[in-house]
Write a protein that binds this ligand. Structure first.
Ligand SMILES: [Zn+2]
Length: 389
């Protein structure tokens, strides 16, 4: 085991429980050819569990890989379901913390879509911090961008709200990162800190192996996330699940004395430990049943596509690559068209491609989009077998 300590609570009481061999180390980079795609390095994943704080992480994670400064496509804003979720969430946060007209900060803003949405809704200003921000991607004059990793001096930016969405799961030294944010605020206890990340209880409960991939090195539950924030010097204001229980959201505020206040959504370590053992027992059956299904589709010469690019498709296909049942992956993000899936080498196509291809089966990578996708298929006169994860 490469990492022998829990990155969240620093305990050495950790245990490996699930291994994935040869996972492509990139899933969101844009790759323009098959040759380039299959050259993406592959490394093993070992999911480990911390007996002291309940944190789950890849204990083989290679921290020398640069994930943050290169180009990648991770925009989800092309889906109506997703945009509705994000708009409702933004409006709720603006009302709850009285953010109208204020200056807001986003750490790990990517292309700046979320900070842009927030600032349109709060009619204020925003600062996005991300080394990978691409100049000119946003043209809102109320926004400014800092192309850097978050550092101590950024804590001086005048703001009452600092958010960070879908970033912490990519960071291995989780305690170091949350502590850096806390320390940067020094004695300023005013800003509300908001984080949103995928949550691991669901992955464990339904053995969602497609949600386990190399780029995600850190897997939080409501409990392990709250314990990390408290340890780093925050008081939890709210903790809850959203988006069909796929995401955990935390709202916190810096505290000057260690906070002891716990939240109802925090599951105890014993509960996540039981789920880890249950996962270990059931995952083989889950993988076998998909392997059988895909092998049958292949034997029957059925044209099968995966709908939903990004990391889930990489997580899914990594396990069944050798069966050769899938030729194309559909993604509605137009920036992905004609790119190839890193490591796997399958081509991304736009939904319209299917009208001519006429697939016999479609495997949807995120069940929350099932209605939206089934409707798109039917609108093209297509009625394939639909499987949703
Ligand atoms: Zn721990």
């Amino acid at each position: 085991m490469k990492h022998t300590k829990c990155p969240s609570c620093l305990s050495k009481n950790i245990e490996g429980f699930f291994e994935i061999k040869n996972a492509p180390v990139f899933s969101l980079v844009t790759v323009k050819s098959y040759e380039e795609a299959v050259k993406v390095p592959r490394k093993d994943i070992v999911l480990s569990f911390c007996h002291d704080c309940g944190f789950v992480f890849n204990s083989l994670f290679d921290t020398s890989i640069d994930y943050f400064t290169g180009g990648y496509e991770d925009q989800q804003g092309f889906s109506k379901t997703f945009m509705e979720y994000l708009t409702n969430l933004s409006n709720k946060l603006i009302d709850k913390y009285n953010l109208k007209g204020k200056n807001l900060v986003e750490i790990g803003c990517g292309k700046g879509d979320f900070i842009n949405l927030l600032c349109q809704l709060n009619e204020g200003t925003g600062v996005g911090i991300d080394p990978a921000y691409e100049e000119g991607r946003q043209n809102n004059p109320n926004l400014s961008f800092i192309k850097e990793f978050y550092k101590h001096e950024h804590g001086k930016i005048e703001t009452g709200f600092i958010c960070c969405r879908h970033t912490l799961e990519h960071i291995h030294p989780t305690y170091e990162f949350i502590k850096l944010i806390r320390d940067s605020l020094e004695s300023n206890t005013r800003p509300v800190i908001f984080f949103e990340i995928p949550q691991v209880l669901r992955i464990l409960k339904i053995q969602a192996f497609w949600d386990i991939y190399y780029e995600h090195c850190s897997y939080f539950s409501p409990g392990s996330l709250a314990r990390l924030f408290r340890k780093a010097g925050f008081e939890i204001l709210d903790l809850y699940l959203e988006y069909d229980n796929q995401y955990v959201l935390i709202e916190a505020r810096p505290s000057l004395i260690p906070s002891k206040k716990t939240f109802p959504a925090e599951e105890p370590v014993g509960e996540i430990k039981n789920l880890v053992y249950e996962f270990k027992e059931k995952i083989t059956r889950q993988l076998d049943s998909w392997r059988e299904k895909l092998t049958t589709l292949k034997q029957q010469d059925k044209k099968t596509v995966v709908w939903g690019g990004g990391s889930k498709s990489v997580g899914f296909l990594t396990n069944f690559d050798s069966i050769g049942a899938i030729d194309y992956v559909v993604d509605i993000n137009p920036h992905m068209e004609n790119n190839f899936i890193p490591g796997i080498g399958k081509k991304y196509v736009q939904p319209g491609f299917l009208a001519g291809y006429k697939p016999d089966a479609v495997i949807i990578m995120n069940g929350i989009y099932k209605n939206e996708i089934t409707k798109s298929l039917n609108d093209m006169g297509l009625y394939p077998e639909v499987y949703a994860l």
